[in-house]
Design a protein around this ligand. Sequence first.
Ligand SMILES: *[C@@H]1O[C@H](CO)[C@@H](O)[C@H](O)[C@H]1NC(C)=O
Ligand SMILES: *[C@@H]1O[C@H](CO)[C@@H](O)[C@H](O)[C@H]1NC(C)=O
Ligand SMILES: *[C@@H]1O[C@H](CO)[C@@H](O)[C@H](O)[C@H]1NC(C)=O
Length: 187
Amino acid sequence: MRPRWTFAPLVAMAQATAANIPPPLNITALSSRNGYSVLECWQLASIPADYMSAVNYAVGNTTLATWSRIEPRTHVGEAWAPHVQLTAVLNGLVRITAPAPPGNVPNASLCARNSLAGAGRPETKVAYAMPGTVQSSVLIAADLKSASTVAGHFTEFPSDEPTILVQVPFLDNKAPAHIVLHDGPCL
Ligand SMILES: *[C@@H]1O[C@H](CO)[C@@H](O)[C@H](O)[C@H]1NC(C)=O
Ligand SMILES: *[C@@H]1O[C@H](CO)[C@@H](O)[C@H](O)[C@H]1NC(C)=O
Ligand SMILES: *[C@@H]1O[C@H](CO)[C@@H](O)[C@H](O)[C@H]1NC(C)=O
């Protein structure tokens, strides 16, 4: 016969596990909406797993990672995600404005210029990325030029030190499963 008390510890353990599940990962992302690059706060669907003495979130299948060094006070101008990719900031500072302000699109077609001033333009938001927390140091760039046809984003590296990035493209430009928490960067 099974002793009655074996059930109690099992229930207690299940409750403790549910209470200890770490929160989902929120990552600032550059996405495309109606032809404009926009900043959004994404909550990844990834369920964290405990191993290697760490809480681990699968982020997605990726391809060749690149380590990049950007000179101090570099102003890139209008830009688009070269691939759908994860970017981690190891040093320095990145300032991102999305959609790119109209003045930064000198070569846009007449049609694009008209829609830049148009009612469909999303509100311009600014995000800063720098070493520190997940929220501050990791970005997902998913605003491909093929989707942000009216305006991309605008990137600056204003710090006095070089900005060091690790850029990890997702396989087949497939962004990780997510929901959008709100417009603008994660806070
Ligand atoms: C992500 O955002 C949700 C909703 O605001 C919050 O409950 C959760 O704690 C956040 N996750 C982290 C890791 O901060
Ligand atoms: C990653 O690739 C594996 C193997 O092909 C696949 O089973 C898995 O679903 C992929 N994960 C994502 C998030 O696409
Ligand atoms: C700028 O616009 C001109 C005229 O439409 C075009 O020929 C040229 O390729 C464009 N340059 C760039 C860098 O897009």
